[in-house]
Design a protein around this ligand. Sequence first.
Ligand code: NCD
Length: 306
Amino acid sequence: MEFQGRDIISLKDFSREEIDYILRIARTMESVAKNGSDLLAGKILATLFFEPSTRTRLSFESAMHRLGGSAIGFAEAEIASVKKGENLADTMRVVESYADIIVVRHPLEGAARLAAEFAGVPVINGGSGAEEHPTQALLDLYTIVKEKSRIDGLSIALVGDLRYGRTVHSLAYALSLFDVTLHFVSPEMLRMRREVLETITGKIEVVETNRLEDVIDGVDVLYMTRIQKERFPDAAEYAKVRGSYRIDLPLLESAREDMIVLHPLPRVDEIAFEVDKTIHARYFGQVWNGVVMRMALLGLLLGQIK
Ligand code: NCD
């Protein structure tokens, strides 16, 4: 299996074998993350974030530093030359001279794919509009394996904004390679994107509903998401669906004892704070898993892990 020099743009580009392999490598990074390493010494990561981010950017930077490499980049498009009208193609042609690998987050769908075409070094999609967020989905899968020791056979609910949420799109593509049952729980207006449904239909069992109460007692994993306010074309439309779902203690009473709650973060009001201290909460553990997963990805794409 060859990862050196590859881009990570969409999880549609990955096979089950490749994902299994990445998950195994991530596991080996746990101790490396704690002890530090010089595996990527001399290598430079550039993070180009044309859209706000806390976790994804810091997570990649932390992963790079833990492997002995260094990181450069910007987090506000306003302070970069993009403001002066530089196009993405030129930006990529310039940055490839500064860095060995580049993470791009951009508000436009398709931007990461375009960026990869113009850069001679590996490009990782750190979020492309409402389209995809592949590395978040990989760390979500890693969290599930770590907590449940498997993915096959599980029943998983993706809840909230399935239309504009990019993490759930990548996660659905990846999960369609496993033997799972997926429950898509959303308001009618925010149903899972048609193109995702079309891609995964026939591969796995999918059930769509707008009632969280109907699925909560039967699932192994509850993946909550934020309603993506900033992607709504109209504030009045957002007002209709805000606060659609909220996990709290009374709701959790009907959940299986070993059911885990995940969330890519940031949360708004979809998980009550009282849930944080229950046996179900795993969303802060996901953050650590994100560092470990990104270490694996950087090592693989830079050819230092085989
Ligand atoms: C997600 C994103 O940016 O899509 N955040 C993240 O990377 N962890 C989820 C979100 O913003 O709701």
